[in-house]
Design a protein around this ligand. Structure first.
Ligand SMILES: Cc1cc2nc3c(=O)[nH]c(=O)nc-3n(C[C@H](O)[C@H](O)[C@H](O)COP(=O)(O)OP(=O)(O)OC[C@H]3O[C@@H](n4cnc5c(N)ncnc54)[C@H](O)[C@@H]3O)c2cc1C
Length: 399
């Protein structure tokens, strides 16, 4: 038997998934006066949100990716002063490291592209780079500094956003798994049925468990964290070499991506793998990641690593998330598929979702993220999502 909740009244919106995206959606909707239900199978922020690096980064792979990351970064700037200290928000800036002349050319192009779009950035010579990050290897060509990029501890933020939503009246269902969502009904594994005018599907990499037709694949990532070494690095350090995809042999790839945590710990990333769906760490991937880190930061060899973990990104074929109505069920709004940028883009995603639900214009065009871009008519009555993964191997992600 199923039971209705909320005294038999429908919620305005029920959100499936309490990662940073679901939690941000819950707050944005509650702030607009909606009656919100948020359902999370585990604890808030326990999925990819807990596994991620927390680098809030403006990106330039496409105009759509730029618009979403930049808008969201600005929302983070506004949110940051109100976050608790445990969110560990710090505007560290990103240093895109150029190993050689070819990569310096890429840094210059990146700088011009950002400057045209009013993103502050600065090219650094090899000597300037060595002065601000003395632990970097010698012989590097220089770097691009993007000072407005930041670092945060994502699970704390997910919890904080959900807490604020709850203060505005949202009901939160924790430790309760969703079994199905359709036609304004969210059915939980325990039989509870939540009735809502609209449902936000924010299940991240688990999205296809509920809806196998979605154009989403799991992309595994590894991270290593060290003991505390305050001042070892000062910025988020990312190699520009990832543009060449030179370190990808079997479709797996690693890139040098290192982050200083407020605790003094160093977070070392990162790897990307399709088709590895087990949570165990893969020693050959960890070794490749660490070898890459040593190449850029030779002193890292002497630091103690205290933990290694894995997590799963929700990858789409065009590397843009799915944000907007599900063409097969008008009661469902998708907010998933954020791959390696879901911490960065969570706040903008929530605004787009809330704008859609309240019929408001958004600060940026919503079109690049609409799920309808994958629409393929199967028959006159029925539509499905078409999945063309032929471009997904080209690796232009960093996290
Ligand atoms: C190694 C790694 C590094 C990363 N680094 C960065 C970074 O530096 N910057 C950045 O912007 N992004 C980064 N990301 C990406 C980022 O972590 C994700 O894009 C983001 O966390 C996605 O948030 P989400 O809320 O969509 O998904 P999740 O956090 O996975 O949340 C989905 C939630 O749904 C819940 N759930 C699943 N099934 C059910 C069900 N049936 N019923 C109810 N609840 C359910 C899960 O328990 C989970 O809490 C990284 C990811 C990885 C793996």
């Amino acid at each position: 038997m199923t039971r209705g909740v909320n005294s038999g009244t429908a919620f305005d919106v029920a959100i499936a998934g309490g990662g940073i995206v679901g939690a941000a959606c819950a707050l944005a909707c509650a702030q607009r006066g909606m009656q919100v239900a948020l359902v999370e199978a585990d604890t808030l922020g326990s999925g990819a949100t807990a596994a991620g690096m927390g680098h809030i980064v403006v990106m330039d792979d496409s105009e759509g990716q730029f618009a979403l990351t930049r808008y969201s970064q600005q929302l983070w700037h506004s949110l940051a002063p109100t976050l608790p200290a445990s969110a560990e928000y710090e505007q560290r800036g990103t240093l895109w490291i150029a190993a050689d002349r070819e990569e310096m050319d890429a840094a210059e192009k990146k700088c011009a592209w950002y400057s045209e779009r009013s993103v502050p950035c600065e090219l650094l010579t090899a000597a300037q780079l060595a002065r601000i990050e003395p632990n970097l290897a010698g012989g590097l060509a220089g770097a691009l500094l993007v000072p407005e990029d930041a670092v945060v501890y994502p699970p704390t933020v997910a919890f904080e956003l959900a807490r604020r939503a709850q203060q505005l009246g949202a009901q939160i269902f924790l430790g309760r798994a969703v079994r199905s969502i359709a036609d304004g009904n969210v059915e939980l594994e325990d039989g509870l049925q939540i009735v809502a005018r609209r449902i936000v599907h924010a299940l991240g990499a688990d999205s296809t468990q509920l809806d196998p037709e979605l154009p989403i694949r799991k992309r595994k990532g590894h991270l290593v964290i060290t003991d505390r070494y305050p001042g070892f690095v000062h910025h988020q350090l990312v190699e520009l070499g990832y543009l060449k995809s030179a370190h990808s042999t079997t479709g797996d790839s690693v890139a040098f991506n290192v982050q200083p945590r407020q605790t003094g710990q160093i977070l070392i990333g990162s790897s990307r793998q399709f088709g590895a769906e087990h949570t165990e760490t893969d020693p050959h991937i960890v070794n490749a990641m660490l070898a890459r880190a040593v190449r850029y930061l030779p002193g890292i060899r002497a630091l103690s690593a205290i933990r290694v973990w894995t997590g799963f990104r929700a990858a789409t074929p065009d590397k843009l998330p799915l944000i907007g109505p599900d063409l097969r069920d008008p009661t469902v709004i998708l907010a998933t598929g954020h791959e390696g940028l879901g911490i960065t883009t969570s706040l903008a995603t929530a605004e787009l979702v809330a704008d859609h639900l309240t019929d408001r214009d958004s600060a940026i065009p919503a079109t690049p993220y609409l799920p309808a871009r994958y629409a393929r008519a199967q028959s006159r009555q029925e539509e499905v999502y078409a999945m063309d993964w032929s471009h997904a191997g080209a690796d232009h992600g960093i996290q």
